[in-house]
Design a binder for this molecule. Structure first.
Ligand code: FAD
Length: 318
């Protein structure tokens, strides 16, 4: 079932959904199941599975020279989605990205997803490779999320890259996109970022999932600004629990978000790791209660491999 159908069926109730990461290469699918099982009691409407592109590492050769190698540390997005749907009957949402894919490879990947009965995709540009300063698309790939989105929309209309194909079956993907309550870091300002978000919506995006935020006001202002721009699709807040002191600096540097003063103070005031975790959980519970009271369509939890923390929050909110 499509994410938008879940949202419509919920009729105003706030749904519960999660995002998981594929395990590191070489680890087993059991890790994924162990992460999902404790959250089944909250009836996740859909489970997003992130996509991780290749990175470059330098390996020392026997002759002492360094060899540049391309590695994918977390492969398996498509297989995990199929396994989740098969084992739990829960809709899986693979993330698909522009980076590292030609349009032809994208088309073939989308055909795989369609054959597996996957109805949903979250369409993203992807970040730059860690060793590259800025995002570089493949020469024959998509440069922005909107280009990838237009490719999916074309396939939904039965238009594949090869015009000569006969008797083409249209795909039927429901398409989600990313939104940034605190602005995407590359955008010169919020107005420009929203302009490009609106373009994605006009091109066929059906719902938005936000970057994580710790201050609900940022989300409420973002939704208001979107509505003023005539962006009228559901905007699903993405939520993460802060669980370590290091995250006070790591999260802003990776995700370009602010940690509110009160949360920082609460974290700094804790004396043990256990207390710190409790402070992070308590903050998120209050955040989620407020979002739910405001009638958000769904709360989407970035579990990042820690389902116990997510379970603690969800048990107080749902
Ligand atoms: P875009 O919408 O293409 O926007 C990128 C930047 O370009 C923005 O600054 C925008 O304002 C600007 N822009 C957009 N269109 C144009 C245009 N036509 N001309 C000029 N400028 C333009 N990354 C992964 O690699 N794998 C994942 O699984 C993953 N999952 C994510 C899930 C969520 C919910 C979110 C919020 C992010 C996720 N990301 C993931 C990170 C994401 O790939 C990065 O944030 C990336 O830098 C931007 O992706 P986007 O889809 O928002 O890009």
């Amino acid at each position: 079932m499509k994410v938008t159908e879940h949202l419509q069926k919920a009729a105003g109730k706030t749904l519960f959904s999660i995002e998981i990461l594929p395990p590191l290469k070489g680890r087993s699918m059991q890790e994924i199941y162990q992460g999902i099982d404790p959250l089944l009691e909250f009836n996740p409407s859909f489970i997003d599975v992130t996509y991780h592109r290749e990175e470059y590492v330098y390996k020392k050769r026997p002759d002492g020279f360094l060899e540049k190698k391309s590695v994918r540390k977390r492969p398996g997005t498509v297989g995990i989605c199929a396994a989740i749907m098969n084992k739990y009957g829960i809709d899986a949402v693979p993330h698909i990205i522009c980076g590292g894919f030609s349009k032809d490879e994208t088309e073939n990947a989308l055909i795989d997803l369609s054959f597996l009965g996957i109805d949903n995709v979250l369409v993203l540009r992807g970040d730059s490779i860690k060793t590259e300063g800025s995002f570089v698309p493949e020469p024959d790939g998509n440069a922005y999320a909107i280009d990838l989105l237009e490719q999916v929309v074309s396939m939904n209309k039965g238009q594949y890259l090869d015009d000569d194909l006969q008797g083409v079956a249209p795909t039927k993907f429901c398409i989600g996109v990313a939104g940034y309550p605190e602005k995407h870091f590359e955008a010169p300002n919020m107005r420009t970022d929203l302009k490009y978000l609106k373009a994605k919506v006009d091109a066929g995006a059906e719902y938005i999932v936000t970057q994580m935020f710790f201050n609900n006001e940022k989300y409420f202002e973002f939704v208001k600004a979107c509505r003023e721009m005539d962006i009228n699709i559901p905007i699903i807040p993405g939520i993460k629990v802060l669980t370590t002191k290091k995250q006070l600096t790591v999260l802003p540097s990776i995700f370009h978000i602010d940690i509110p003063d009160d949360l920082e103070d609460a974290i700094e005031a804790t004396k043990t790791n256990e207390d710190l975790k409790e402070a992070g959980i308590e903050w998120t519970i209050q955040q989620c209660k407020e979002l739910k009271a405001a009638g958000v369509p769904c709360i989407h939890f970035y579990t990042m491999g820690n389902s116990e923390i997510c379970r603690r929050v969800a048990s107080q909110v749902y």
